[in-house]
Design a protein around this ligand. Structure first.
Ligand code: BES
Ligand code: MN
Ligand code: ZN
Length: 495
């Protein structure tokens, strides 16, 4: 059973649930919780008075009152004036994560109106739906079922006795985005032997058919015919056939927003092979593609009045007797020639062909998402997406969508000096500018193939997956990009 959340107009003292999660800022018991506290024999106020729970960010406490609910989980959000969309989303994620850990089939979530900060009821519904979906996600399909299985967390009800209609409206949007993010994580998590370019093509077809979205999947012959020589160069070392996926959603009249996602289903580095430690993480090198698919899931559910195109170049990067080699010069869809100095700089090659292909749509703008450079992890860690591009207004629009969605993007400069690093002695451009400013020179490489539309590049190498569980992240795939792109598209509709 897939996870779902919903909005219920009940007050917390009047709703039966095996687990009631309450998000609390610091300070005394808010009046809206008095009836619950009374019914629970003062258990919550005693806990607060004892100082055992102070409402600090990410602090949690579990109570077992005899009535009116079996369990109460308190989740801290920090100082009342610091409560934001982000802290509410985060508390909801913690609630779902803990509910899953405890092993209840359902739970309820309550945010006292006194602790909303400046966040509107609509936004509360939106971010709680996102947070619950984020925290509830897990993947166990490849494990044998445990001998004593715990019940699965199937639903969480958001209690909204006041402003129910507004909360419900926001919740519908947040839940669609959460479903999109779950789609992204569901393909990200799959190993390279399952999630091949062919598999991604099938996912795209299934998703598009389910929502009545247009889809074209080019196979090897069609990719060659289209002249995508850079994509073919990456793909030629693998027995897995490449795919080029185009999703076409028509919701409006104007020029489309184009979303491009890097779909390297496994990146060994090719002949410039990567070291063995953590190479298994390179199954996540299709996270940009997953973000595009997830965003289309959200779009398919929400049907915004905008035209959106999704482009996914997909290949597996392998070393073999047929693989491309350092020093090879290859062509491209755009026409520029590329000296391949490092076969591990493969993402920019396949994206170059996709960005060139995008020209046919005469886009209003294009945003690409890619686990493009290890240097990104050095620059911004696992905290923010690195953002580059050609158009300040677009970059600001993307930055704001990132801020709203809690998937923050931060600009890196694209001064001309950085372009020099990619100069080749033999071809128009080379595919690596070396280690200095590695994320920016990669961005500049892409820029060589962008022509005629505002463009933003999002390097998600540091944010696409997590190697640990912490309050903001769940170990494994994050589905990064889905929330940001969904927010971006929804805001374009309102312009
Ligand atoms: N997929 C990697 C980037 C990456 C590294 C993503 C770590 C996530 C975590 C990309 O294809 C790559 O290998 N980039 C090289 C570029 C270099 C050869 C110029 C890198 O970053 O080392
Ligand atoms: Mn690589
Ligand atoms: Zn890669």
């Amino acid at each position: 059973m897939p996870f779902e959340s919903s909005v219920v107009a009940a007050a917390p003292a009047a709703h039966a649930t095996p687990l009631l999660a309450i998000a609390l800022a610091r300070g005394p018991l808010p009046p809206s919780l008095q009836p619950l506290d009374d019914a629970a024999g003062g258990a919550i106020s005693r806990l607060l008075a004892a100082g055992d729970f102070a409402g600090r960010r990410d602090e949690t406490a579990v109570l077992y009152p005899s009535a009116p609910v079996a369990r109460v989980l308190l989740i801290g959000m920090g100082k009342p004036d610091e409560v934001s969309r982000t802290s509410i989303r985060r508390a909801a994620a913690t609630a779902a994560k803990r509910a899953r850990g405890i092993g209840v089939p359902s739970a309820a979530f309550y945010l006292p109106p006194e602790h909303r900060g400046g966040v509107s009821p609509r936004d509360v519904g939106h971010v709680v739906a996102e947070g619950l979906g984020f925290g509830a996600w897990h993947y166990a399909e490849m494990k044998r079922p445990p001998e004593e299985p715990k019940p699965e967390l199937e639903r969480v009800e958001l209690l909204a006795p006041d402003d129910t209609a507004a909360v419900r409206q926001g919740h519908a949007v947040g839940a669609a985005i959460a479903a999109g993010q779950a789609v992204a994580r569901g393909v990200q998590v799959l190993p390279g032997n399952v999630c091949t370019p062919t598999y991604l093509g099938n996912v795209a077809r299934e998703l598009a058919d389910r929502h009545g979205i247009g889809v074209t999947v080019l196979d090897r012959a069609a990719i060659i015919k289209e002249g995508m020589k850079a994509l073919m160069a990456v793909a030629q070392g693998s027995v897995e056939e490449p795919r080029f996926i185009a999703l076409e959603y028509k919701g409006g009249t104007g020029a489309p927003v184009v979303l491009v996602g890097k779909g390297v289903t496994f990146d060994t580095g090719g002949i410039s092979i990567k070291p063995a430690p953590n190479m298994e993480d390179m199954k996540y090198d299709m996270s940009g593609a997953a973000a595009v698919l997830g965003t289309f899931e959200a779009i398919g559910r929400l049907k915004p009045k905008v035209n959106v195109i999704g482009l996914i170049p997909s290949a597996e990067n392998m070393p073999s007797g047929s693989a491309f080699k350092p020093g090879d010069v290859v062509g491209s869809h755009y026409g520029k020639t590329i000296e391949v100095v490092n076969t591990d700089a493969e993402g920019r090659l396949i994206l170059a062909d996709a960005l060139s292909y995008a020209r046919r749509y005469q886009p209003a703008c294009a945003i690409d998402m890619a686990t493009l450079t290890g240097a990104m992890v050095i620059a911004l860690g696992h905290t923010a997406i690195g953002m580059m591009g050609t158009d300040d207004a677009l970059l600001e629009e993307v930055r704001q969508a990132g801020e709203r969605s809690g998937e923050r993007a931060w600009p890196l400069p694209m001064w001309d000096e950085f372009r020099e690093h990619n100069k080749s002695d033999i071809a128009d451009v080379k595919n690596s500018g070396g280690r200095p400013a590695g994320s920016i020179t990669a961005g500049w490489f892409l820029r060589e193939f962008v022509d005629g539309f505002p463009w933003a590049h999002l390097d998600i190498a540091g944010t696409a997956y997590s190697d640990r569980d912490d309050p903001t992240r769940v170990k494994g795939p994050t589905g990064i990009g889905v929330r940001l792109c969904s927010e971006f598209v929804l805001a374009r509709q309102a312009r």
